[in-house]
Design a protein. Sequence first.
Length: 487
Amino acid sequence: MSNPQSTTGYKPDNRFFGHPLPLVNLFGVEMWERFSFYGMQAILAYYLYYTASQGGLGYDEGTALGIVGAYSGFVYLSTIAGGWISDRLLGAERTLFYSACLVMVGHIALAVLPGSTGVVVGLVCVAIGSGGVKGNATKVVGDLYPQGDLRRDAGFSLFYMGVNLGAFIGPLLTGYLQDTAGFHWGFGLAAVGMALGLVQYALTRRMLPRISQEVPNPASAADILNAGGILLAALVLVGVLIAVGVITADNLVDAVIIAVIIASIAYFAFLLSSKRVTPGERSGVIAFIPLFLSQVAFWALFQQLFSFVAVYADKRLNRNILGWEFPASWVQSIDPVYVLIFAPVLATLWVKLGPRQPSTPIKFAIGTAGIGVAFLAFLFMPSGQNTVPVIGLLAIMLIFALSELCISPVGLSVSTKLAPHAFPTQMVALNFLSISLGSALAGRLATFYDMNNEAPYFIVLGGVAIAIGLGVAALTPTIKRLAPEVV
C-alpha cells in the first residue's frame, strides 16, 4: 500500500482544520498550478477557432475541440511518465517540483511564441508537466495519512478545494485579459500564476513527509535504458505517423484515445502480473477496474466543460447582464465556485459519518449517474442562439459540481488506498488514465454536438452515464469483497 505506517501508537497531526499541516503546502502549490492550467484552458478553444481578426488561429471548430480533447487526454496520459520517474528515479516530492517548472515553461511558450508554434511547444510542455504534478501531488497527500486514517477522504476534499480555488480565479482573470488585451496576455498571466506557485512551494517544501522523498523502487541502469528506448521508439513512431499524414490535427484526438486505451490495458496487466504485487494488493487492483470504467464515463461528460460547454457558452448562452456581455470563458469558473462551497460540507459529512459514510463504489455510482442527469437537464433549456438564461446554466453546473465531488476526490483517495506498496505513484497514474481517456473522449464527443438538433446528444450521453452509474451500484458487493478494508 502507498503508506505503510500503522495507526498503532500514531498521534495525528490536526493543525490544518483537523488535518496535517503540510496539507497547506500542497493546497497552495496545487491552487497556483490549477490557476495557470485552467486559466489557459478556459481560453484555449476560443484561441484555436476564433478568426485572426478576433485574435485567434482560425481553425475549424470541430478540429479545435478535438485538439482541446487530445491535449486534455495527453495531460493525464503524461501521469504515466510522472509516476515512473517518481517511483523509479526521483521520488514524488522532487518530481512534483521539476514538473511544475516545466508547466511554467509551457505557459511562457504560449504567451511569447506566435501561432501554431506556440500552441505545439506550449501545450506539450504544459501537458507533460501537469502530468507530473497531478500524480505526485496526489501521492504526497496520501503520504500524510497512515492506512486506516478515516480523515483521508476528507483531506483529499480539502486538497480539492485548492484545485478549485485556482480553477475559479484563473478563468476569470485570463478571460478578462483575453477579452480586453488579447490571448497572449491571458497566457502570460497563467505563467505568472505558476511562478508564484513555484516560489511558495520552494519556500515550504521541507514541511513534506520524508516518505515522499524516497524512491520506492529504484531503477537499474538497464531499466533506465529500456525506458529510454521505449520512449524514443514512441517518439519516432509518432513523428513518422505525423510526417506521412496518418496523424493530423483533425484526428489527433482519436490517436490519443487509442494510445490511452492501450496504456490502460498494459498498466492493468502489469500490476496484475507483477511479482512485487501481493495477492491482497492484486485483489485491490481488480476491484479498481469497474471504478476505472465509471470514471471514464464521468470524465467523458464532465470534461466537456472545455469543449461542448465552451461552445455552448459562446453561442447558446445569453451573457448579457444590464447591457454588458461577460466573457464566455467566465463560465469555466462556475463549477469551481460550487466545489469551494460544497467541498468542505462533504468533507465534514464524511468525517462525521465515519464508517457509516457511503462506500467508495456508491460514491462513484452517484457521481457517474449525476453527470448523466446534468446532461439530461440541458433538454429543458430554450432553443435558439444566445437564449439560454444564466440561471439555467447555473443550475446545471450545480449538478456537475455535486457529481464531481462524489467521484473526483474520492477517486484520488482510493487510488492511494489500493496502490501496491512497490508502485504507489504509478497506481495514481492509472487512476489518472481514466481521466485521460474520458477527457479525450470528451473532445471527440463534443464534435457531434449540433446546436440545431441537441436532444439526441443529451439523451444518449445522459442515459449511458446513468446506466453505468447503476451498474457500479449493482457491483458494489463484489467490489467490497475484493477490497473490504479500503472501500
